[in-house]
Write a protein that binds this ligand. Structure first.
Ligand code: PEP
Length: 250
């Protein structure tokens, strides 16, 4: 089996103005040949910046991604962005099913699955997010919830190139993280559930990222857990210094 290439992806959420392009340039300055050999680096800025980040990111071998896409390729959907548009402007990835969209925009597993399929249709790699709430974990339901999200959010015919991000909702932006043992248990379970969904041994190549309060100080511990193939980083991806310190944990 070809080893899975670690992926460190930054989710800028609704942050970033033109001046923030300097952070991508600074990331490129640190993303040298030895680091490129160790891992893939992707930044998902707001859609307003993707087009303007393409030259800087391409020169630095940094990939770009969107943070959401519509299910349709085009049409009367005011304010939405299609996967085809993201591809056209230079993105290679798109995050779908982030918990902030599931909670804030009522996105269901079925919709997330349609969005992931739209991404694949457009030639983008979807980063499909799953993760339990604090109440679900406290009730002992974390595995059940994440298992159901994987079954419902991944297109059954998706290729092994898709990316899944396990992001416990209660760890996002809180400074809290699961124990290394809990991460190990969840990621092993998630890989088994991805295989149950996709079949054909595809889960061996699916990268499963951990996300939720990854920082330079905890990155090495979290990223060295079995079945963790990288990180989806929110707050700490806004500044090149922190993001590259996380990447350097590999
Ligand atoms: C995220 O929103 O995907 C995330 C992981 O955020 P943070 O790193 O800020 O917890």
């Amino acid at each position: 089996m070809t080893p899975r290439r670690p992926l460190v992806a930054g989710n800028w959420k609704m942050n970033g103005l033109l001046a923030s392009l300097a952070e991508i340039a600074a990331m490129g300055g640190v993303y040298d040949a030895p680091l490129r050999a160790r891992l893939e680096l992707v930044v998902c800025p707001p859609a307003t910046l993707i087009g303007m980040a393409v030259d800087i990111a391409t020169q630095a071998s940094i990939g770009l991604g969107g943070q959401d896409c519509h299910t349709a390729p085009a049409g009367a959907h005011t304010g939405d962005i299609s996967a085809e548009m993201l591809k056209d402007i230079g993105a290679a990835y798109v995050i779908v099913g982030h918990s902030e969209r599931r909670a804030g925009h009522g996105e269901t597993d079925a919709l997330v699955q349609e969005k992931a399929a739209a991404a694949l249709r457009a030639g983008l790699t979807p980063i499909i997010c799953v993760g339990e709430t604090r109440a679900e974990r406290d009730a002992g339901d974390a595995l059940t919830v994440v298992g159901a999200q994987i079954a419902g959010s991944l297109p059954a015919d998706a290729p092994g190139s898709i990316v899944v991000a396990y992001e416990p909702v209660w760890a996002i932006g809180t400074g809290l993280t699961p124990t290394v043992a809990d991460v190990a248990q969840m990621h092993a379970f998630a890989r088994e559930r991805v295989e149950a969904r996709l079949g054909g041994g595809k889960s061996a190549s699916v990268r499963i990222l951990y996300g939720g309060s990854v920082k330079p100080s905890n990155a090495r511990d979290l990223l060295s857990v079995a079945n963790v193939d990288g990180a989806l980083v929110g707050g700490a991806s806004l500044a090149a210094k922190d993001f590259m310190a996380i990447a350097d944990a590999y």
